[in-house]
Design a protein around this ligand. Structure first.
Ligand code: URA
Length: 262
């Protein structure tokens, strides 16, 4: 028996559902549902409703992810389905991405996917990380699978990689490869409005279906459309690392002379 089990939390300690709610797993009711569903463990053992925990000692996990990376901050990864708008509210009453995740604490989407774009979207109340993930100066790469009309030729892939002239200027170098005759993998780090669709259109291959499959270091192949999960602590750390400020260029140094290309 480990030391934690020998010293169970006292009646002064909060109940697990309260700890979870405070850590951002929605209302107490939602936290109770997580516990009932067997998704919560305390010190490695499935938790029961009403259990008290000492937040300083007990190790609480939801879906195997430690709770309380930073108290109060939550980071959800959603597999956005087509037809859901990436806003907090919609004046036309359409379903929004925030309807698909817990309502408390309030979160907002990080960046934007078009109405018809599917795939990974982060929602958080971590304003600092959200800013860094969306601001082009931090250059966090996002990867998409684009089903397109027609079969892009080698030269087309080269154009996508080198930069395409759009009405708001030439796109920055991107990664592009052909996975199947009409399936492109494209990774960009600018995040302009409808950028992938416009790039593909500009090279003569309009997008039929667009799915985001990676945000910086974060991927997920297990979430069904409409499902979400909390990011693991190491995923939050990896995202923060990927969105670190780019060091200012040393005067006299050639741009791109050092460091990994983005
Ligand atoms: N590029 C697009 O064209 N649409 C998206 O939703 C995301 C990237």
């Amino acid at each position: 028996m480990g030391p934690v089990e020998e010293l169970p939390a006292s009646p002064d300690h909060p109940r697990l559902q309260r700890v979870l709610a405070r850590a951002g797993f929605g209302s107490r009711r939602l936290a109770e549902e997580l516990i009932d569903a067997g998704r919560v463990t305390v010190n490695g053992t499935p938790a029961v409703l009403g259990r008290r925990v000492d937040p300083d000692v007990d190790r609480v996990e939801v879906d195997g992810v430690p709770v309380g990376v930073r108290p109060g901050l939550v980071h959800y990864l959603l597999n956005k389905p087509a037809g859901v708008v990436t806003t907090v509210t919609d004046t036309h009453g359409r379903p929004t991405v925030v309807d698909l995740v817990p309502g408390e604490p309030r979160v907002f989407p990080v960046g934007r996917l078009d109405l018809d774009t599917e795939g990974l979207l982060l929602l958080t109340n971590d304003g600092d990380l959200a800013h860094r993930l969306t601001h082009p100066s931090f250059g966090v790469e996002k990867e998409y699978l684009a089903e397109v009309q027609g079969e892009p030729a080698r030269g087309t892939l080269r154009s996508l990689r080198e930069g395409v002239d759009l009405d708001d200027g030439r796109t920055a170098p991107a990664k592009a490869s052909l996975l199947a005759p009409n399936l492109l993998r494209i990774a960009i780090h600018e995040g302009r409005n409808r950028q992938v669709r416009r790039m593909c259109e500009a090279v003569g291959h309009p997008v039929v279906r667009l799915v985001r499959v990676r945000i910086g270091p974060v991927r997920d192949r297990s979430l069904a459309p409409g499902e979400w999960r909390a990011l693991a602590a190491d995923e939050v750390r990896a995202l923060a690392e990927a969105a670190r400020p780019v060091p200012a260029r040393v005067p006299g140094e050639r741009p791109g002379a050092a460091g990994p290309g983005r």
